[in-house]
Design a protein around this ligand. Structure first.
Ligand code: CA
Length: 226
């Protein structure tokens, strides 16, 4: 499970990161609102830990953006005790839970586990779309319960598409998954990966949106379409 941790306090952020990683969770830690918004656009994260007071803005702006775009990952707000109004506003704008600073790491971990259990698609860490199932922790992918061998890049692409099912992912975002740092406009690396992925998982899952990118639809394509 991938967690996006947004916390500008060095000591607290580092402590939380270590505690989560000790539990086998993958953590991306950012300290600025701008970096958090970028991470939301470019990475597949399952749960967000959100500090409200950030050096370049209010953490609630990120929460509002997630809800506006109907991104499903749960959000746990980390806030100071005296910021009661912030807490209430946070819950109004769709946070799933909050934790008052200072908090015990054990308490944080138990909240994270509870949110992960509640969250859609995270039961047993398996994401299922029709006959296609992806188990992130073991990197196992099955179609009709038949195992499919994927390369690391193919797996990362599929994982992101499945987590963002029904949303079109742009070529730029997908390219960052397979070649961090980007690549030149003429590269067809992404097309090659997508073509291999389609061949391996079968038709009807990955749909090309011409000139934009790719999407996996939860619903099966209409007869005659692909
Ligand atoms: Ca802060």
């Amino acid at each position: 499970m991938k967690i996006l941790l947004i916390e500008d306090d060095l000591e607290l952020g580092n402590g939380v990161r270590i505690a989560l990683e000790d539990q086998g969770l993958q953590v991306t830690w950012v300290r600025r609102l701008g970096d958090a918004l970028h991470a939301i656009d470019t990475q597949a994260c399952d749960l967000v830990l959100l500090d409200l007071g950030l050096p370049d803005g209010d953490g609630l702006a990120l929460l509002a953006r997630l809800r506006r775009e109907r991104l499903p990952m749960p959000v746990l707000i980390l806030t100071a005790r005296d910021a009661l109004e912030d807490r209430l506003a946070g819950l109004d704008s769709g946070a799933d839970d909050y934790l008052v600073k200072p908090f015990a790491l054990a308490e944080l971990l138990s909240r994270v586990r509870a949110l992960a259990r509640r969250s859609f698609g995270l039961v047993n860490d398996t994401i299922e779309i029709r006959q296609l199932a992806l188990h992130e922790a073991t990197m196992r992918v099955t179609v009709d319960e038949r195992a499919v061998e994927l390369s690391r890049s193919e797996f990362e692409l599929l994982c992101l598409l499945m987590k963002r099912a029904d949303r079109v992912l742009t070529r730029r975002v997908l390219e960052e998954q397979v070649l961090p740092g980007g690549l030149d406009n003429e590269s067809n690396v992404l097309d090659v990966h997508m073509s291999n992925l389609r061949r391996k998982i079968g038709p009807g899952y990955i749909r090309t949106v011409r000139g934009v990118g790719y999407v996996i639809d939860r619903a099966a394509p209409a007869k005659g379409g692909a």
